[in-house]
Write a protein that binds this ligand. Sequence first.
Ligand SMILES: Nc1ncnc2c1ncn2[C@@H]1O[C@H](COP(=O)(O)OP(=O)(O)O)[C@@H](O)[C@H]1O
Ligand SMILES: CC(C)(COP(=O)(O)O)[C@@H](O)C(=O)NCCC(=O)O
Length: 307
Amino acid sequence: MYITYEREDWRRLRAGISLPLTEGELNKLRGINENISLDEVEDIYLPLSRLLNLYVTGKQDMYNMTNSFFGSHIPKVPYMIGIAGSVAVGKSTTSRILQALLARWPGHPKVDLVTTDGFLYPNHILEQRGLMKRKGFPESYDIQRLIRFLADIKSGRPEVTAPVYSHLVYDILPDKIQVVHEPDIVIVEGLNILQTKGSGKRSMPRLFVSDFIDFSIYVDAEEKNITEWYIERFHKLCQTAFQDPKSYFHRYANLSPQQADRIARQIWTEINAVNLKKNILPTKVRAQLILEKGRNHSVYQIKCRKL
Ligand SMILES: Nc1ncnc2c1ncn2[C@@H]1O[C@H](COP(=O)(O)OP(=O)(O)O)[C@@H](O)[C@H]1O
Ligand SMILES: CC(C)(COP(=O)(O)O)[C@@H](O)C(=O)NCCC(=O)O
């Protein structure tokens, strides 16, 4: 079902890319994640952005042909890329690198990035429903609202808005929205984008998030590595974001490294690992492309769906 490329074969696909990264651009990418190696960007993400750019152009050509066949004018509809995978596997980093790379291809497409955490229910609703320890589980999202949002984008509406989630206050920000304005490409990132908990009552036709996605990518790694990345990120947050008195986790600001380790492991085991096994990993087979990451986040294999 998938064609498998080992890293060495995949990186050779770079040969056909006449779009080297300039020093300034490399620095900008380094700003996205100081730990990402530039070899990784050039070997893995640059060829991937080239492939995606071909798909985007192909889809645009199809729209143009359809318009000329029917003598009609279908409004420009953005191309939608979905990035799925576990908490802490590197979805945000992958999305932001692809956003930056895709914007460099000819025509300089406008690439907007949306994360599905904006569609989590606010804490007061999660509290009422006893779901505060279930953030990220299917029932913690307002999936109908997410599907409406995607349907609005895909119907060619020039401006669509999304709610905004803050990892600092650990809640939806009631007075903030994200405006998605006439994008050429939208990257939707979230652990739930390949799930099949649809919208609508049982008796109604059901739509899934993936019905609106043109190309889906699953970022995969062994659970023991993802656990380490989660714990490392938690340690970093203890020293940075949690120091802010506005942070929901400010109580963790003065933890010893051993205490931080224990708490991170506990949150991972009780919430995120359960969600990974029960609700996220089973969706991997629905992705069109799978990035297999080894230790240090380096991608050692890429699997592409044959069709
Ligand atoms: N390609 C990468 N190279 C190095 N570190 C990475 C890479 N991708 C993610 N990370 C690190 O792993 C952790 C999780 O990444 P993040 O993108 O926040 O994950 P997610 O959005 O899936 O929760 C972060 O600490 C991030 O800095
Ligand atoms: C907000 C998240 C559910 C991720 O959501 P996503 O952006 O993938 O929709 C996750 O980062 C989270 O907060 N999980 C709850 C347990 C924890 O604090 O890690």
